[in-house]
Write a protein that binds this ligand. Structure first.
Ligand SMILES: Cc1cc2nc3c(=O)[nH]c(=O)nc-3n(C[C@H](O)[C@H](O)[C@H](O)COP(=O)(O)OP(=O)(O)OC[C@H]3O[C@@H](n4cnc5c(N)ncnc54)[C@H](O)[C@@H]3O)c2cc1C
Ligand code: SF4
Length: 547
């Protein structure tokens, strides 16, 4: 067990992580405590690309068939897109399938990818690398996920889909082994969790089919897999991405990816720098949550990254206009749940783990899974066909094929950057066949951590307090904490949390851990490594605009 900064003893975070409160998340249908009850044909949890593509395809199938379908989408953000954060360079493939009558120029993209460059960085230098095939983006488009989500939402509404924003799903309503809907989180509780006069109780939404499209580290998807004992070959693993949007004085004419500095060699990750417009640049740093050092802090590393000679001249005189953070499921093929369908329920997009990490792509896989889910749901409602048809369609598609091709690439980096890079290169050359087999991974919380000093401060850095302000976070100060933490964690563990959380929610004090829950921007890193995250009052959290 770590005793304090400077000690080299190791500890494992899983020992301090409360279990998922399954008894609270899985709720028998008809349980007391709900206000209103609404009946739908199909309920979709999460208005991201996966959930909205599902809603659009389903509404269109129903319309073409002359069938009335009552489709509802629940979203915890107060308005569409406010909890959406991505890079993003988008592969348009799923857009083309969902909107066959539209041209690429009709989609909510900012610009086609033109030039691109990949660099290996050292503290003061850079080497331009040949772009690996998995990172080639010719034919893809630069976009803001917030804008994509708002555009998809308007298409869904145009087809008669009901969008309920500001309503987080907090519990799965079940009957026997089946899912029959969700219960939402209450609003208007005081700090002690007691209802206040203006508050609203939870609502029950029941449906013939519930599609869980909650994105990364989905609470209900996790709970369903545990409850129904749906295994995966490897546990899911995650990375944390911290992102800033900059209005720059200098134009940028290419997308850039970097590897190496400022990450330690035993951490996996890299940066992206994408021009949404020549003078509006999205930049971010993504780091695997299996890093070893207590003092590693992704937010601080991003601040250091901006000081590199590659970035500094670009950002000089510019202004950071938005900030945000989110995790990415990185496990790939071997971390997919054995099935993503069950009695009355489907898992879509990031909630299922459909992300290809070597290419940093998840948006088109999320949308494609939403399209397949809609087709399976429609057949299920029409003729009673099994929802397992969804798994069959995903498994027969490029979604599975792409993830299979890169199945061991991220996992090879558990051995460190250089050995990992060598193996990943050979995997690329052999189409994933070298060295064959399956790399085993530990869950991120099981990885041994070692004490280390905090990252040294960076001159001119954006503080975590300022960063949270720039996320637009408008959480009411007086809501109860939505984070479930163990009592009395050792100092090293408290210090780990304080560096892990990009929003400064955790503070290691002499007496242990102080939790400033309203700062949370729902990145979910805490749920992977530390205190559990649960849904809070609708509309809490960030208000991203162009992330
Ligand atoms: C830093 C970063 C960079 C990335 N770069 C790229 C890139 O360049 N290209 C690319 O293709 N992919 C990229 N990705 C991945 C991509 O963003 C995701 O794969 C994609 O957004 C997944 O879509 P989704 O619909 O499954 O989930 P999300 O986009 O996360 O949407 C899920 C929605 O569900 C809502 N929700 C969650 N829980 C609840 C609940 N309980 N109740 C109600 N609503 C809920 C959330 O608020 C959210 O709006 C990146 C990701 C990150 C974090
Ligand atoms: S508390 Fe957890 S989910 Fe919230 S911002 Fe911090 S690490 Fe992310």
């Amino acid at each position: 067990m770590g005793k304090g900064a400077g000690s080299t003893e190791q500890f494992v975070l899983a020992q301090y992580q409360p279990p998922l409160p399954l008894d609270q998340i899985i709720l028998q249908e008809g349980s007391e405590g709900a206000g209103d009850r609404m009946e739908l044909d199909v309920l979709i949890v999460g208005a991201g690309p996966a959930g909205l593509a599902c809603a659009i395809e389903l509404a269109r199938l129903a319309k073409a068939d002359g069938t009335e379908l009552n489709i509802g989408v629940l979203e915890k953000a107060e308005a569409l897109g406010e909890h959406a954060l991505s890079g993003a360079v988008v592969n348009p493939r799923a857009f083309r399938e969902l909107f066959p009558d539209l041209k690429d120029s009709d989609f909510p993209f900012r610009a086609p990818v033109g030039k691109e460059a990949v660099y290996l960085l050292t503290a003061g230098g850079k080497w331009r690398l040949p772009t690996p095939p998995s990172m080639r983006n010719h034919g893809n488009y630069i976009a803001s996920l917030c804008e994509i989500v708002r555009w998809l939402g308007s298409k869904a509404e145009g087809l008669g889909v009901n969008l309920f924003t500001g309503f987080p799903a907090a519990q799965l309503l079940v009957r026997d082994s089946g899912v029959v809907g969700v219960r939402t989180a209450p609003a208007g509780l005081d700090r002690a969790g007691k209802p206040t006069p203006g508050g609203t109780p939870p609502n029950d939404l029941v449906a013939k089919v519930t599609a869980l499209a909650e994105g990364t580290r989905g609470l209900l998807a996790q709970a369903w897999c545990q409850w129904q004992k749906v295994p995966s070959e490897n546990p899911q693993i995650f990375a944390l991405g911290v992102k800033e949007l900059w209005e720059t004085k200098q134009p940028l004419d290419r997308i850039i990816h970097t590897l190496g500095w400022p990450l330690p060699t035993d951490a996996f990750g890299g940066s992206f720098v994408y021009p949404l417009e020549p003078n509006l640049v999205a930049l971010g740093l993504v780091v695997g949550l299996d890093y070893r050092d207590v003092g590693l802090d992704v937010h601080v590393l991003l601040q250091r990254f901006k000081q590199h000679p590659l970035l500094k001249p670009l950002l000089a005189g510019g202004e950071m206009v938005e900030w945000g953070a989110k995790t990415i499921p990185e496990g790939g093929f071997y971390s997919l749940p054995e099935r993503r369908s069950g009695n009355g329920v489907l898992l879509l997009g990031d909630a299922a783990g459909f992300v290809d990490v070597p290419s940093l792509k998840g948006i088109h896989y999320a949308m494609q899974s939403g399209i397949f889910a809609a087709r399976a749901i429609f057949q299920n409602l029409k003729s009673g066909a099994s929802l397992a048809e969804y798994d069959r369609q995903v498994d027969a598609s490029y979604v599975r094929a792409d993830l299979y091709r890169t199945r061991n690439m991220r996992l090879a980096f558990r051995d460190g950057f250089y050995l990992g890079g060598l193996q990943a290169g050979l995997m690329t050359l052999t189409g994933g066949r070298f060295p064959g087999g399956k790399y085993r991974m530990h869950a991120d919380a099981e990885v041994p951590r070692r004490s280390s000093a905090a990252e040294p401060p960076v001159a001119g850095a954006v503080s975590k307090v300022d960063a949270v302000f720039k996320s637009g976070n408008s959480t009411r100060d007086t809501i109860p904490s939505h984070l479930i933490a163990a009592q009395d964690v050792p100092g090293d563990v408290a210090r780990f949390y304080s560096h892990m959380c990009p929003a400064g929610v955790y503070e290691a004090t002499e007496n242990g851990l102080r939790i400033n829950a309203p700062n949370c921007v729902d990145c979910k890193a805490t749920d992977v490594l530390g205190p559990r995250w649960t849904p809070r009052e609708g509309g809490s959290g960030p208000k991203y605009k162009r992330m």
